[in-house]
Write a protein that binds this ligand. Structure first.
Ligand SMILES: C[S@@+](CC[C@H](N)C(=O)[O-])C[C@H]1O[C@@H](n2cnc3c(N)ncnc32)[C@H](O)[C@@H]1O
Length: 221
């Protein structure tokens, strides 16, 4: 975004967690855009900005995704701080196929509470991220668009990528033990633990993909 706004433009990044902002600051320094980027601690449910402050608002893996937030409230906050004619976009992780060759195991792990997080059992279907078009309609955004982007990973993986993928396995399924059989849990460990002799990321032909979905619209006059 800092690149896109060009010289003279500015970007404000916001998160509730100072840990994330510390990391954001490091990334901004690495990219050389410190002069264009301001980082701020704040709550997306009550953004610390006046109405019509920005030309665009963008949220990644938070608005419409985080189960603790009411999507209409948080998307509504993005709309409030963007001037009429400006754009609001939200993007979030929407699916994955990470255990090639083991579709039944992957389906079983995905059918657990951690596997489907941040959506949880009992949440209203209207709160599911893929219902975002409805929130944008309710908030009267115009020219609403939806895109799904694909990312993929193929062997040979660097050590850094293996670490990242192992963390992803742990994040998606590491808490699923109490919801699956011993057999499923053993198989998960066999394939997804770096210390296992059958760690799936060591496969010579490992391939996986995941999707991100974005909804974007224009704020009305
Ligand atoms: C899944 S992480 C995504 C982080 C980052 N946006 C990204 O895409 O890499 C969710 C982030 O939302 C932040 N968060 C959670 N609740 C929030 C709130 N009410 N207001 C602002 N940020 C919040 C968390 O601190 C965390 O950094």
């Amino acid at each position: 975004m800092a690149e896109a706004v060009g010289e003279g433009g500015s970007v404000t990044g916001l998160d509730l967690s100072s840990d994330f902002l510390v990391r954001a600051e490091e990334i901004v320094k690495e990219t050389g855009y410190s002069g264009r980027v301001t980082l701020k601690t704040g709550d997306v449910n009550a953004l610390p900005f006046d109405d019509n402050t920005f030309d665009w608002a963008w949220s990644a893996n938070l608005v419409g995704y985080h189960s603790a937030l009411k999507p209409i409230v948080s998307v509504g906050e993005l709309v409030r701080v963007v001037r009429p004619g400006g754009a609001v976009a939200i993007i979030f992780w929407s699916s994955q196929q990470l255990l090639s060759g083991h579709p039944m195991l992957e389906a079983r792990l995905n059918a657990t509470t951690p596997g489907i997080a941040p959506f949880t059992t009992g949440m209203s279907p209207d709160s599911h991220s893929l219902r975002g078009l409805g929130w944008f309609r309710a908030l009267r955004l115009m020219d609403v668009r939806a895109f799904t982007f694909l990312g993929d990973v193929r062997a040979p993986l660097s050590d850094e990528m293996k670490d990242a993928m192992a963390s992803l396995f742990e994040m998606r399924w590491g808490g699923a033990k109490s919801e699956v059989s011993h057999g499923v849990w053993d198989e998960y460990h066999r394939l997804c633990q770096p210390e296992s002799g059958e760690f799936i990321l060591n496969l010579e032909d490992y391939y996986a993909f995941f999707t991100y979905t974005m909804f974007a619209g224009v704020v009305g006059e």
